[in-house]
Ligand binder design. Structure first.
Ligand code: GLN
Length: 312
């Protein structure tokens, strides 16, 4: 492990430099207008191990909204609040093969439950069962939970991005109403969507993502503080979804090329981990056609192949 850390330390800057140019072939997300302001050529990474040793390279200080990465942790919070039985009455366990914002299959399975909790429809359904008496209380419970996992009390919303998404979210709103009509979504549709937009707009850095990933890499216990933050079973569920659905409809390819649990977001962030070893946060705002960071995926492929990290 010592040797591995040294090898990483030596090679990381070079791997980032080699991966960065492919960002020119990607595009920053623009359907949420505020996201289009991100620097498309940026690429950064932060890695942390169980002793709290960190490695960073590239534009690792950039902050960005978590977007779909947040879905992993709202799923976990919903599991803590409701248990498995309830959660899986709202969402399925299967990848879709469709885009993250697709409504295509919402009418197909059991009366209209989303295929999984990491697509938009599934995450909106999950948001509806997060504990709390009001949308504000639900949102603040989510934020507190994220702060605890990231070990960072200053984690907060990017209100610009939040408003930008809320103002333009016709597709997500229509999903919310369809889910309500299907009897899946609990409570008021606009209230639920507000909780969803808020958790997508939580601002973070690669360091935050890596610390949250580290907790998953160690089955729910923060190895640095020794604190148990998530029951092991729920981490297992989350990591399985990350492996099968975490990179949208490119999850199969990512499993073959990288072979690590990961979750991406449209702001270009990727949270990944080497189970039992490292938490990893990556940012590269330029996306490929499937909506994943183009340079970020390239970097993780290089690292995993060079370090022989694939779980398979
Ligand atoms: N907030 C984004 C949306 O709902 C999250 C999508 C994503 O990161 N893929 O469209």
């Amino acid at each position: 492990l010592e040797l591995e850390f040294e090898q990483l330390q030596q090679n990381l800057p070079g791997w980032v430099r080699a991966s960065q140019p492919c960002s020119a072939h990607g595009r920053v997300a623009a359907y949420i207008p505020e996201l289009s302001k991100a620097p498309g050529e940026a690429l950064g990474i932060h890695l942390i191990d169980a002793q709290g040793r960190t490695l960073t390279a590239g534009d690792s200080s950039l902050s960005f909204t978590m977007q779909s990465i947040s879905k992993v942790f709202t799923l976990i919070l919903a599991l803590i609040d409701n248990g498995e039985k309830k959660v899986f009455s709202k969402v399925g366990m299967e990848p879709t093969g469709d885009n993250f914002n697709s409504m295509l299959k919402l009418e197909l399975v059991r009366p209209g439950i989303p295929f999984n909790p990491l697509i938009n429809a599934g995450a909106i359904a999950v948001s509806s069962i997060i504990g709390g008496d009001s949308p504000d209380e639900k949102s603040s419970r989510v934020l507190q939970f994220f702060r605890k996992l990231a070990h960072n009390d200053s984690l907060d919303y990017d209100y610009e991005v939040y408003r930008s998404e809320s103002d333009t979210a016709n597709l997500n709103r229509s999903m919310g109403y369809l889910l309500k009509d299907n009897g899946v979504l609990e409570g008021d549709v606009d209230d639920v969507l507000d909780v969803y937009f808020k958790h997508c707009s939580i601002n973070a850095t690669c360091a935050d993502l890596s610390r949250m990933a580290l907790v998953l890499a160690f089955n729910g216990t923060d190895p640095i503080t020794g604190e148990n933050l998530i029951p092991r079973r729920y981490v297992q569920i989350a990591k399985t979804f990350m492996t099968t659905c975490g990179m949208y409809n490119a999850s199969g390819e990512f499993a073959i090329q990288v072979g690590l649990p990961a979750k991406s977001g449209v702001s270009g962030g990727i949270l990944s981990m080497v189970p039992g070893r490292y938490g990893i946060g990556v940012i590269g705002p330029a996306l490929n056609a499937k909506g994943n960071s183009i340079a970020g995926v390239q970097l993780l492929e290089t690292m995993s192949q060079q370090m022989d990290w694939s779980l398979f």
